[in-house]
Design a protein around this ligand. Structure first.
Ligand SMILES: [Zn+2]
Length: 230
C-alpha cells in the first residue's frame, strides 16, 4: 500500500512527552486523532492549521496520558471513539460514541486512508498498533530505541516479547514507526532502524527480554493518577 494521498502529522503534548497524531486523507481533508490527551484546544488548533477536520478518535490504549482529553474533544466534535474490545474489557474505559473493535478490523477515512487495528498486547492487554499505509502508530508498544513498560497492571513482558517480534517479522522493514512518546534520539524511525538500534529487539530469548524489561520494576504497579472513567 502506498502512502500517496494520506498524511501523518505528529506533535508533542503534556508532561510525559506524549505524541499525538493526526492521520488523514488529503483529498477530503478529514483525519483521525490518535490518543487525544492533555490539551483539546491545542489539538483542534493543529487540525485547523492543517486545514483538516477531525472525524474519528483512535485510542492505542486506555492509559490516562493517552485518553485524558477524549471527553473534552467530544464536547466540541460529535465523532466516534475507537478502541479494541480487549482494552475496553481490561480497563473499564467508557466514553460517548465508543466503538468496540476486533483485531484486524479496518477503518476507512476519506478516499485513500485505510487503517488496520493490530492487536499488540504486552504494555496493556488490548494495546493497539494502527497500521496506516507504509507506517505504524505504535502507542506504548514500541518507542524509538525502546518499548513500553510491562510492570503496570495488565502488563506482561512475555507477551510483549512476542508482540515486538511479531511486529518486526510481519511488516516490511522500511515501515515507518511513530511512537506514543518522545523518548528516543529522533521522533520517527523505521523497523529496520529499530532492529539495528533498539536494545529491546536484541534479545534471543524471552527470558533475557523479560529480565531486561523488568529490571528494577515491581510487577502490577499502579499508574498515577488512577483513571476515573465516567
Ligand atoms: Zn501506557
Amino acid at each position: 500500500m502506498s502512502d500517496e494521498g494520506i498524511f501523518v502529522h505528529q506533535f508533542e503534548l503534556g508532561p510525559w512527552d506524549n505524541f499525538i497524531y493526526l492521520v488523514g486523507d488529503k483529498a477530503t481533508r478529514t483525519c483521525a486523532v490518535v490518543d487525544p490527551a492533555w490539551d483539546a484546544d491545542f489539538i483542534l488548533k493543529e487540525a485547523e492549521a492543517l486545514g483538516v477536520d477531525i472525524t474519528h478518535v483512535l485510542c492505542t490504549h486506555s492509559h490516562f496520558d493517552h485518553v485524558n482529553r477524549v471527553d473534552a474533544l467530544l464536547d466540541k466534535r460529535d465523532i466516534p471513539v475507537h478502541m479494541l474490545g480487549e482494552e475496553i474489557d481490561f480497563s473499564g474505559f467508557r466514553s460517548e460514541n465508543l466503538e468496540r473493535h476486533r483485531p484486524g478490523d479496518l477503518l476507512h477515512i476519506g478516499k485513500h486512508l485505510e487503517i488496520t487495528f493490530m492487536h499488540t498486547p504486552g504494555h496493556t492487554p488490548g494495546s493497539t498498533t494502527y497500521r496506516i499505509a507504509d507506517a505504524v502508530v505504535t502507542g506504548d508498544t514500541m518507542f524509538v530505541q525502546g518499548c513500553g513498560r510491562c510492570d503496570f497492571v495488565g502488563g506482561d513482558p512475555e507477551v510483549m516479547f512476542g508482540t515486538l517480534k511479531g511486529l518486526v517479522e510481519s511488516l516490511p522493514r522500511d515501515t515507518r514507526m511513530y511512537p506514543g512518546h518522545n523518548y528516543g534520539p529522533v521522533t520517527v524511525s523505521t523497523l529496520d532502524e529499530e532492529l539495528a538500534e533498539n536494545p529491546y529487539l536484541q534479545h534471543a530469548t524471552v527470558a533475557d527480554f523479560v529480565a531486561h524489561r523488568m529490571e528494577g520494576k515491581t510487577p502490577g504497579a499502579h499508574l498515577p493518577p488512577p483513571p476515573d472513567w465516567p
